[in-house]
Design a protein around this ligand. Structure first.
Ligand SMILES: [Zn+2]
Length: 374
């Protein structure tokens, strides 16, 4: 036995500290994510994502003629939910879910993703996603006002030391332009009917055309414009944190145009494919980009209320979340497990780049642990 145990203890502590530092460096070196992309599809139900065309709803929404003669039926109907969803979103269920990512929220598989807020409409739910803050009741309407809480996009810009154009949000709905930030100008935004300045003459022409090809809604432009401007921005400014917010799916549903909802979801799938092929052909983004794809809320679950969502429609709290990441080994559909809560998304995004979001918001939901299990 040694007379003085302290030097031994100090030595052991030093060895332990060195080992922990090495382990930390090892984890940081293993992490591949350098870019983050968040995508939201407004009000897309888990029922369509996991099961494709819902025949009861299509039946309830056709005005005249035979069901089998409708475009939607011909294009999207098949006998099993698996075949139907693959007809609706072939890229998502093929390339993404088979080779690069996973998706939570199919109740048929015992997986649940849900909102913590009780309002179940857009701004409170986008704010839950963007701030990790769900129940302070500061946002109770869809009014176009700056977010009362700082957002994860602002946190990421500060922590990663990025210029404004490298933390960008492109949105079809104008309110997203303010929902993404607590301080005006903290994030580069282009949202709703808004001109987008770019040297490419094709983009200039589209920027003008958006005002000539109106949707039925004053605050939501066609997703196609949003996506074209988003791609132009990606290519030119090469953001490390990017948010693409698509909106038509929700508004066609409020119009009870189920055929248009399905067509919009299918178009979103083409957008995923084009975006992914571009990312994977680019050295800055290829295998270094984590994408989180989700929706702001669900909707009703029967032909009577499928088009709507609010605090009285219970199923509207159920959502879904897909994660495509070089740092998450999960593939395909999640089965079972703890419910995922939407207030965990902000912290999860940060975790992918090694940051702790609770530094900004101590009340945030925690990163989704299952994504990081090896
Ligand atoms: Zn809505």
């Amino acid at each position: 036995m040694t007379k003085n145990p302290l030097p031994h203890l100090a030595k052991r502590l030093a060895i332990l500290t060195t080992a922990m530092l090495l382990l930390n460096c090892g984890l940081a070196a293993e992490r591949k994510t350098e870019n983050l992309i968040l995508i939201t599809l407004d009000g897309v139900r888990y029922q369509e994502l996991f099961g494709g065309l819902d025949l009861e709803i299509l039946k309830a929404t056709i005005k005249d003629g035979k069901l089998e003669d409708t475009k939607a039926y011909k294009r999207f109907w098949a006998d099993t939910p698996k075949e139907r969803r693959e007809k609706l979103m072939p890229f998502f269920w093929g390339e993404w879910m088979q080779r690069h990512g996973s998706v939570a929220g199919n109740p048929q598989k015992g997986s649940s993703v849900r909102l913590a807020n009780r309002l179940l409409f857009s701004y409170p739910s986008y704010s839950e996603i963007l701030t990790g803050q769900a129940r302070d009741d500061l946002i109770t309407s869809n009014d176009k006002v700056l977010n009362p809480n700082p957002t994860v996009l602002e946190f990421l810009r500060r922590k990663l030391g990025l210029p404004q154009k490298q933390v960008a949000a492109f949105a079809s709905w104008d309110v997203i332009g303010v929902a993404v930030q607590h301080e005006a100008g903290a994030v580069f935004t282009n949202a709703g009917y808004e001109a987008y300045a770019h040297p490419d003459p094709a983009i200039q022409s589209m920027s003008r055309l958006q005002f000539e090809t109106l949707t039925p809604w004053d605050t939501v432009r066609h997703d196609e414009y949003t996506f074209r401007f988003a791609m132009a921005h990606l290519k030119t400014h090469r953001p490390r944190v990017f948010y693409l917010s698509l909106g038509e799916t929700d508004d066609w549903a409020h119009e009870k145009r189920y055929d248009r909802v399905l067509a919009a979801i299918a178009r979103n799938d083409s957008i995923f494919s084009e975006l992914w092929n571009w990312l994977q052909a680019d050295a800055q983004y290829r295998n270094k980009t984590t994408l989180l794809i989700t929706t702001d809320h669900g909707r009703g679950d029967i032909a009577l209320n499928w088009h709507s969502h609010n605090a009285q429609i219970r199923d509207a709290k159920n959502t879904w979340l897909a994660v495509i990441s070089p740092d998450s080994p999960l593939r395909g559909e999640w089965t079972g497990g703890e419910p995922v809560v939407m207030d965990q998304i902000a912290a999860t995004l940060c975790r992918f780049v090694g940051l702790d979001y609770s530094e900004q918001n101590p009340k945030t939901g925690k990163p989704i642990a299952r994504l990081f299990e090896k």
